[in-house]
Design a protein around this ligand. Structure first.
Ligand SMILES: NC(=O)c1ccc[n+]([C@@H]2O[C@H](COP(=O)([O-])OP(=O)(O)OC[C@H]3O[C@@H](n4cnc5c(N)ncnc54)[C@H](O)[C@@H]3O)[C@@H](O)[C@H]2O)c1
Ligand SMILES: [Zn+2]
Ligand SMILES: [Zn+2]
Length: 337
């Protein structure tokens, strides 16, 4: 079976991999779509500190059931599935409290263990969602958009809230789309004007603010001096995350969806006078995948224009480099098998 392995930083190679070993609880899936995201690019560049090589990347997956183990119920050969790539332990303090998305022993497919850049993969039936009503492309973006759905659900935002989403990459776009669906007015902020204009058209953002041009003043003007009640930061920039403490309204919430490998410092008076609620948001759960499925089915999320670049599995390796470059203007690249 063909697989693409990241042998070491900067080197992807087509290899001959063994067929997946499946238990009675597993389903063997013919992989059909692999979405490419920042995590794959970081792994490829070698700036994921705890990443072990060689590794088969790929965690944004959809495919068709090839065979199901003896103990699997509800999935049959021919069913279309999306993969929930967060393999949780089921026993730790987080799992026992239903927060499987932040399991203490989390193993993510394509990150901690081999992922989906291969013709077939064995996945526990508990981590598959039947998506017969969606397209393969739509099924493969449930994962990245589910990150935004999780952050929005966690924030507790209400219809009528004015929310700010800083960072208009694929993750921030998912936050915007799901916040709009919940009835919020959305202000998008980025430093990239092209991405901001995509926010207007794709996520129907109500307003856009360039973070390089007196953003605080712009937010005051857009909110009658009150500031947004919920602020999401999806930049992966420590500077932006530190600055974001100034943006929420008094009594508001700041959600860090993006992450950095460094400390974040903040000014306590700014935090305290607002009685700010600060949250991290990690991964997603089945509820979040279901919320995205419903949003797509309702026509609230246009997956076809979210996918900006495509390649076949055999042609992926040379394309991968170009997707890394900002001038390629990639939002989501999709690999097809
Ligand atoms: N919560 C999770 O479980 C989870 C899952 C996947 C990814 N992430 C994280 O989410 C973040 C975003 O991912 P992505 O794939 O959308 O990344 P991306 O790099 O495509 O998008 C980030 C955006 O932030 C903008 N930006 C950068 N610095 C800024 C600043 N100072 N002010 C305003 N905008 C700024 C960039 O122009 C870009 O448009 C990353 O940190 C990623 O690691 C989190
Ligand atoms: Zn991803
Ligand atoms: Zn656990």
């Amino acid at each position: 079976m063909k697989a693409i392995s990241c042998l070491e930083p900067g080197r992807l190679a087509m290899i001959d991999a063994p067929e997946p070993a499946a238990s009675e609880d597993d389903v063997v899936v013919d992989v059909k779509r692999i979405g490419i995201c920042g995590t794959d690019l970081h792994a490829y560049r070698g700036n994921q500190p705890f990443f072990a090589y060689p590794r088969i990347l790929g965690h944004e997956l959809s495919g068709i059931v090839r065979s199901a183990g003896a103990r699997v119920e509800g999935l049959r050969p021919g069913d279309q599935v999306a993969v929930m790539p967060y393999l949780h332990c089921g026993e730790c303090i987080a799992c026992r409290r239903g927060k499987t998305n932040c399991c203490t022993r989390m193993q993510v497919l394509g990150v901690h263990v081999d992922g989906g850049m291969r013709e077939r993969i064995a996945v526990s039936a508990s981590h598959l969602i039947r998506t017969n009503g969606l397209t393969l492309d739509q099924s493969a973006v449930l994962e990245p958009l589910g990150i935004g759905a999780h952050a929005v659900r966690r924030s507790g935002l209400q219809a009528g809230d004015t929310v700010l989403v800083v960072g208009a990459g694929p993750i921030g776009l998912g936050v915007m789309a799901m916040a709009k669906r919940r009835g919020a007015a959305v202000i998008a902020m980025d430093i990239n004007e092209e991405r901001l204009s995509f926010c207007r058209s794709w996520a129907r953002a109500d307003a856009c603010v360039n973070a390089l041009r007196e953003p605080e003043q712009a937010l005051l003007e857009l909110t009658n001096g009150e500031m947004p009640t919920v602020v999401f930061d999806a930049t992966g920039s420590a500077r932006s995350m530190e600055g974001a403490f100034r943006y929420p309204a008094h009594g508001g919430t700041l959600v860090f969806v993006g992450l950095v490998k460094s400390s974040i410092a903040f000014d306590d008076p700014e935090f305290h006078k607002r009685e700010l609620t600060l949250m991290g948001s990690r991964n997603a759960t089945k509820e979040d995948f279901d919320a995205v499925t419903e949003a797509i089915a309702a026509g609230d999320i246009d997956v076809s224009s979210f996918i900006t670049h495509r390649a076949s599995f055999d042609d992926m390796i040379p394309q991968f480099e170009t997707w890394l470059k900002p001038e390629s203007k990639t939002i989501k690249a999709m690999v097809e098998l």
